[in-house]
Design a protein around this ligand. Structure first.
Ligand code: NAP
Length: 348
């Protein structure tokens, strides 16, 4: 059994821990926690082994927490670290621990693929390059927006190939996650250099892609407006379901009015952490004019990357064929079942 340690217990780390700790193929080593707050109690309530930085051990123990050891102890015990640190800290973890201790690691989308603080050469998107990450030592799991774009673009590429001229995407990003305590500012902020364009081009190098990104005062989900320009007229198809019917983690909805409708429904249905783990195409907004197709889809920012990390683990550590890996991930996350529930709920 592969021994896995989740280093970091924020929005992403908590979700990774929920999934990886109940996967029977994995020996779950525990989680890394850096500050003393209510999430420490949550981790103990979930019966996770908790590891902390060496300099924090006495502080945690003084608060009567039964700490299992240092971050370094946990890494030593593990075959793989899934790093879920806040943006940029993955790099220092790599330099201080993973490289000297010769341990493979998965990093999250807030880490760099180029420049001084690069952590890996490759960004994973299961729909595009699952096979290429097999046996790699260090891989970045693409961020939520990057994961969503790959999931929508690759099926288009496979269906329409070089009939497509280019893609233009406007990302409307949530300000904070539901669990975040930080204040939401009443402002729309622009991003002068969105990383998403280069990230997607790293695994789809031949596409012409332009990305703009805006952050809005919402906690619910991201929304992407994708415009696809064809060399000639938009090809004939009746519904986006014709293209995405058999895609993993893509729901085609018809009557949601906004991102909050979907998030609230996910909570009502009792989905773990309120996550749908997918993208939701809003078919009723699709427009075709001459050579231009517009698609609007929402992207479950915290949820979508968790099954992607699980798929990446299966490629990196088990070299499992992709179809089998999707089946395994589906059984762990119940994505097909969730998709059916949402599609029924938001049908015309
Ligand atoms: N939130 C999303 O929707 C989302 C989606 C896709 C990808 N991501 C990416 O996932 C990563 C984590 O994001 P997040 O939203 O989970 O951030 P977060 O909620 O701010 O959590 C970050 C966690 O990092 C921990 N930490 C501090 N120093 C650390 C270290 N040296 N090593 C490991 N962990 C450390 C913090 O621990 P303490 O709390 O104990 O101080 C905190 O729990 C980022 O790269 C982000 O870009 C986030």
């Amino acid at each position: 059994m592969i021994r896995v340690f989740i280093n970091g217990y924020g929005n992403i780390g908590r979700r990774l821990a929920s999934a990886f700790s109940r996967d029977k193929e994995i020996q779950f080593v525990g989680i890394g926690k850096y500050s003393i707050d209510s999430k420490v109690d949550e981790a103990f309530a979930k019966k996770y082994a908790v590891y902390v930085p060496e300099e924090m051990i006495s502080k945690f123990r003084n608060m009567r927490y039964d700490i299992s050891g240092t971050i370094s102890d946990a890494i030593k015990e593990s075959d793989l670290v899934v790093d879920a640190a806040k943006d940029g800290f993955g790099y220092s973890n790599k330099i201080n621990f993973y490289v000297p201790m010769n341990k493979p690691a998965i990093f999250q989308g807030g880490e760099d693929r180029t420049g001084e603080k690069k952590v890996a050469d490759i960004i994973h998107n299961s729909r595009v390059n699952y096979e290429e990450v097999t046996n790699q030592k260090y891989v970045i799991q693409g961020s939520c927006n990057v994961s969503g774009m790959g999931r929508i673009m690759q099926p288009m590429i496979e269906k329409f190939g070089d009939k497509i001229q280019r893609y233009d995407v406007t990302l409307i990003r949530r300000w904070a996650d539901l669990e975040d305590t930080k204040e939401i500012k009443d402002s729309i902020e622009w991003d002068k250099n969105p990383h998403h364009q280069d990230d997607v081009k790293s695994f789809l190098p031949s596409v012409k892609l332009y990305v703009e990104s805006y952050k809005v005062p919402s906690r619910m989900m991201h929304l992407h407006q994708m415009t696809i320009r064809f060399k000639d007229k938009v090809p004939n198809f009746d519904s986006l379901s014709d293209i995405y019917e058999n895609e993993f983690g893509v729901a085609v909805l018809n009557k949601a009015k906004g991102t909050a409708d979907i998030r609230k429904k996910a909570h009502e249905f009792g989905f773990e952490h309120g996550d749908t783990n997918m993208v939701h195409i809003h078919e009723e907004t699709m427009r075709k004019t001459d050579d231009t197709l517009k698609i609007l889809y929402s992207d479950d920012q915290t949820g979508i990357v968790i099954p992607e990390n699980h798929l990446l683990f299966q490629s990196m550590m088990l070299g499992r064929p992709k179809k089998k890996a999707y089946e395994q991930t589906d059984s762990l996350f119940q994505i097909s079942k969730k998709r059916n529930l949402l599609e029924k709920e938001f049908a015309t």
